[in-house]
Design a protein around this ligand. Structure first.
Ligand SMILES: NC(=O)c1ccc[n+]([C@@H]2O[C@H](COP(=O)([O-])OP(=O)(O)OC[C@H]3O[C@@H](n4cnc5c(N)ncnc54)[C@H](O)[C@@H]3O)[C@@H](O)[C@H]2O)c1
Length: 332
């Protein structure tokens, strides 16, 4: 049984608490949050004791730490938890600062503990099948990858303030998906971004709408479209054009009913947001972590993967600001 301390009892912390408590080989034994009430509520709902973050580090009976606190706290918690001998699953991104994330990688190497990054989309059954189809070669050589990733609505402004901005908070999932699907990293990134949804987002110096174009040395292209608002729900589609055909993952909808009348053809909306759309992915991600820690095998998504995606996000932010095509090598 893997005993787990959860740090951060907010939106995603609740998802993880539920997942940990449902897994046959893991047990939630402690929950910490700077807002004590948040920790107490989660502990009451999913088990374990509400306690301080330091108490989790000190408790020798805790095997693993799940980091679901705000992004600006991740590197320090990863360092302290691994120093205390815990395996870590940390939510994306590694940090707000690429420099600090690279320090975290260096600082944690001597601790020798497994550290997995929470890029949950790699575990979504649709995207796993897409990757298998791509690798099987049925569409020949991949030439163009297009990712559509629209949230139903922006998160609260207080969350946006500590999120690191659109590229590090949201598009980072798509950067990681690109790295998961395609071998190697792209050569350059060019971004056009604006804020058209909420004035408060542009007042933070952030964007809510963006298009990124990524180029590989061998000529492959990637287009990523992001928006913080889609009136019809969470829009998560991927398309890969290859020399011999096309692969597509469509949205997962609320139910399978399609109503056809003289007025037209109507299907259900996409599932509302990440809690619904990626429920299975969070469970498979956690199962992969538990299995890697217990069997002492490598974790499937590493801190280095997190740093690659963060480097792409930082390059994207530079391109969005000055309109240039940015070489990724300058950020690695
Ligand atoms: N993989 C995904 O699908 C996904 C989805 C949402 C959020 N996230 C990531 O998860 C993290 C949390 O996001 P959220 O939406 O749950 O935010 P949230 O604001 O709902 O929750 C964060 C919680 O962390 C607590 N906290 C802040 N600093 C802390 C500290 N030093 N020690 C302990 N607790 C602390 C806050 O009080 C809050 O309860 C972010 O890094 C975000 O990028 C990932």
């Amino acid at each position: 049984m893997l005993t787990v301390g959860l740090i951060g009892a907010g939106r995603i912390g609740r998802v993880h608490a539920s997942t940990i408590s449902m897994h046959a080989n893991s047990q939630l034994v402690a929950v910490a949050d700077i807002i004590e009430d948040n920790a107490q509520k989660l502990a009451r709902d999913y088990g374990g004791q509400a306690c301080t973050v330091d108490a989790i580090y000190k408790d020798k009976s805790i095997d693993a730490v799940l980091v679901a606190s705000s992004t600006d706290t991740h590197s320090e918690i990863i360092e302290k938890a691994t120093l205390a001998g815990k395996a870590v699953l940390c939510e994306k991104p590694v940090d707000i600062s690429l420099f600090r994330a690279k320090q975290c990688l260096e600082n944690t190497k001597p601790n020798g503990q497994p550290i997995m990054l929470g890029f949950n989309r790699r575990f979504d059954p649709n995207f796993v099948a897409l990757k298998s189809e791509l690798d099987a070669g049925g569409i020949g050589k991949a030439e163009l990858l297009a990712i559509t990733s629209f949230d139903p609505a922006p998160p609260p402004i207080d969350i946006l303030k500590v999120s690191g901005g659109l590229f590090k908070d949201m598009m980072i999932h798509d950067f990681d998906m690109v790295n998961f699907l395609f071998e190697g990293l792209p050569k350059s990134i060019m971004v056009s971004a604006s804020s058209v949804i909420d004035k408060k987002i542009s007042e933070l110096g952030d964007y809510d709408t963006a298009v990124a174009t990524l180029k590989y040395a061998d000529g492959r292209l990637v287009v990523i479209k992001n928006s913080r608002r889609a009136a019809y729900g969470y829009d998560q589609r991927i398309e890969i054009l290859g020399s011999k055909g096309l692969l597509q993952v469509q949205n997962v909808v609320e139910d399978g009913i399609i109503k056809s009348t003289e007025m037209g053809v109507q299907s259900s909306k996409p599932e509302y947001f990440f809690l619904e759309r990626y429920k299975a992915a969070y469970q498979k991600e956690w199962a992969a972590f538990v299995s890697a820690v217990q069997l002492k095998t490598p974790v499937p998504v590493t801190l280095a993967d997190g740093i690659s995606a963060l480097a792409m996000a930082e390059a994207a932010a530079v391109s969005a600001k000055d309109g240039s095509e940015v070489e990724l090598a300058n950020f690695l």
